[in-house]
Design a protein around this ligand. Structure first.
Ligand SMILES: Cc1ncc(COP(=O)(O)O)c(C=O)c1O
Length: 304
């Protein structure tokens, strides 16, 4: 059963529609590409954030937890959504932030503080240790009123919320793509799509060979054998790194399609997908859905 407060919050959300991407080269290749616009569902809890958090929050509330604790980088979309959700649900929030406290807080960190999140800056080595706590009660020294949400919402319960975005898709398609950080969103998609569909993740990190294993660990046995893969070729130098061709691609895409992208996740995924289509990776007639997982607040880190 879903908690009443969560349902009330969700009622304020807008529909995540499908929008067609119109490009001459797609017509030539006879490829139909649609975006699943999770970026539109909420101005702050946008994209995959709500999908991943919904059932974890429901669990925390069912256990009468009053504090949510998580971790992330200084521009984390996940923490941004969590802080806002915590404030909306009257829950306290705390976050471990990777790296030293900057002299001037960036807009994301300012928002976290404004929404009442307690911030603790930790060294990169301590951050790596925190990454190893992968269950809701797994954080060392967790108090009884606290609920731990691992980096990026990497909990099996997150998959249930992601499944809802898949079941909303009322159009025919064979391939579905998503950007990958922790791989939680991809795991939710893999678990919920029907057997004959192909799922492609695009890693935002460099050298993310470990990611497939992380995804497999979240998947139930029955889903591990489905048709899925993670493309590791479009990281553009590493997490949150960009190159002029990537930034040009994003600017052109925004101008032509009227859809904003950010360079950490969705920009890289769509650049990668466009390249695969141009290389005839998909046969003519293929119908593809790409998840727009939001995260546009993080773009502020690239405009200063
Ligand atoms: C905008 C956006 N897209 C995709 C992802 C990747 O999600 P995941 O960590 O579930 O792989 C993230 C990170 O949560 C994100 O902020």
């Amino acid at each position: 059963m879903i908690n009443r407060q969560l349902l009330t919050l969700e009622q304020q959300f807008k529909a995540s529609i499908l929008t067609a991407v119109q490009e001459d080269f797609l017509k030539q290749k006879q490829i139909e590409l649609r975006l699943k616009r999770d970026d539109l569902i909420h101005p702050i809890i946008s994209g995959n954030k709500w999908r991943k958090l919904k059932y974890c929050l429901n669990h925390a509330l069912s256990l009468d937890k009053t504090t949510l604790i998580s971790m992330g980088g200084a521009y984390s979309n996940h923490l941004h959504a969590l802080a806002f959700v915590g404030k909306s649900l009257n829950l306290s929030t705390k976050a471990f932030i990777r790296g030293e406290k900057p002299a001037i807080l960036n807009p994301t960190l300012q928002d976290l503080l404004a929404w009442g999140m307690e911030l603790e800056f930790v060294s990169r080595s301590d951050y790596r240790v925190l990454r190893s706590f992968k269950t809701h009660d797994g954080l060392a020294n967790l108090k009884s009123h606290e609920y731990w949400i691992p980096e990026g919402g990497y909990l099996p319960l997150a998959l249930q919320g992601v499944a809802e975005l898949v079941t909303e898709i009322d159009s025919d398609y064979l391939v579905i793509c998503a950007a990958c950080g922790t791989g939680t969103t991809l795991a939710g998609i893999i678990e919920s799509v029907s057997e004959h569909k192909q799922v492609i993740g695009f890693a935002a990190l460099k050298g993310a060979d470990f990611l497939a294993e992380e995804v497999r660990n979240l998947l139930p046995e029955t889903a591990k054998q489905k048709n899925w893969q993670i493309n590791l070729d479009y990281h553009f130098g590493g997490f949150a790194k960009t190159t002029p061709p990537l930034l040009d691609f994003i600017a052109d895409f925004e101008q032509r399609q009227g859809v904003a992208l950010e360079p950490v996740y969705t920009g890289k995924m769509l650049f990668g997908l466009y390249s695969l289509i141009q290389q005839d990776y998909f046969p003519p007639g293929q119908k593809i859905i790409a998840l727009h997982s939001g995260g546009l607040q993080g773009k502020r880190g690239f405009q200063s």
